[in-house]
Ligand binder design. Structure first.
Ligand code: 3EB
Length: 334
């Protein structure tokens, strides 16, 4: 009986102590921060996404490990490296030296490569994580997050994909160091159901105030990976399309968790899949690491207990956002 998809966290050094059997069942690794094990991790032959967002309280870096219980196949196409267990795949875009390429073109190329890899497996795109160097900086008169949105939407359209509604993946888009783009994703043999938040305008319908092309992501995606599995997009203190509680990190955290609770309510009411805030695996991005105690306190209060969470320092795509929270609801292993 195959078990559900697993998500583990470990120090980079611990990855070398995995048994061959554990390595053989590892779909992909995400390494946050920079640590001594950096170069070596690639020797494991597993797709590794190196994300420069800094983990708080983990000076040596921290890794996320996506693990399966089924035999795994490995693949490469262009700059995309993936591992697939027949139901779900972890994919990374591994273009190292992107030199002087404009962000819009780099994003377009990355997404086209991702789509080509996914199409070759007859998979559906479930969830994308995007980390954009200097995300809030302007160049050529346009904020880099907005340039990214142009390139992303262009790749969807150019690849014959819809930029609104059911097939749009869940996503996060955060800042990173340098001028590059770091990207990893999950895809599946099964199509996902997308979930929108009735308190928020769908991001793919945001007005032009937020850039010439709307962001192409859904608020959450729900898919059957040996049990219902929920991917909640990066969620922020946004109501309608507007940021609320500017300058107040505690209130932004509360509003964000409320938005996540609404997504859980929608998931339960429309699709009968039940998670509580206590069940979720969170990833929390803080613009200022000094806000950590405030965010921790507010999360514990709202969640009524300790959250399973990884905290990272990263810039957030709107300058007025201080915190963004994403989550995964895993299927309970039976
Ligand atoms: C928001 O709700 C906050 O561009 O892929 C959250 C998740 C955000 C994903 C993306 C952006 C993205 O608009 C920002």
């Amino acid at each position: 009986m195959p078990e559900a998809l697993q998500l583990l966290r470990a120090m980079p050094a611990a990855l070398f102590r995995q048994s061959p059997e554990q390595l053989a069942r590892t779909l992909g690794i995400v390494q946050y921060g920079v640590g001594e094990a950096d170069a070596d991790l690639h020797q494991l032959g597993i797709p590794v996404a190196k994300i420069s967002a800094l983990p708080l309280n983990a000076p040596d870096g921290i890794c996320e490990i996506w693990r399966s219980s089924l035999p795994i196949h490995e693949g490469r196409a262009g700059d995309v490296h993936w591992r697939d267990d027949g139901t779900v795949a972890f994919l990374t875009w591994e273009r190292g030296d992107t030199g002087e390429a404009a962000l819009e073109d780099m994003t377009d190329a990355a997404y086209r490569a991702l789509f080509a890899a996914i199409n070759s497996q007859n998979h559906h795109l479930l969830r994308v994580w995007n980390y954009i160097g200097e995300i809030n900086d302007d160049s050529a008169g346009l904020e880099r997050y907005r340039q990214f949105n142009i390139g992303r939407q262009q790749a969807f359209v150019g690849s014959g994909r819809s930029v609104a509604g059911e097939s749009v993946p869940a996503a996060s888009a955060l800042g990173a160091n340098g001028s590059t783009l770091e990207l990893f994703a999950l895809s599946s043999r099964h199509a996902a159901i997308t979930i929108e938040n009735p308190r928020q305008i769908s991001a793919y319908r945001y007005p032009a105030d937020y850039g010439p092309r709307a962001p192409t992501f859904s608020r959450a995606s729900l898919v059957d990976i040996f049990g219902a599995t929920l991917f909640i997009s990066g969620t922020a203190s946004i109501v309608g399309h507007q940021t609320v509680h500017q300058g107040d990190c505690r209130a932004q955290t509360r509003e964000t968790l409320h938005n996540i609770q609404i997504l859980l309510d929608e998931t339960r009411l429309r699709h009968g899949a039940v998670w509580t805030l206590q069940d979720l695996e969170f990833k929390v991005y803080l613009r200022f690491s000094s806000d950590l105690p405030t965010v921790l306190e507010e999360m514990e209060r709202v969640i009524a207990g300790p959250a399973k969470a990884l905290f990272l320092q990263a810039d957030i795509c709107r300058r007025d956002l201080l915190v963004e929270i994403e989550a995964v609801g895993l299927a309970s292993a039976s």
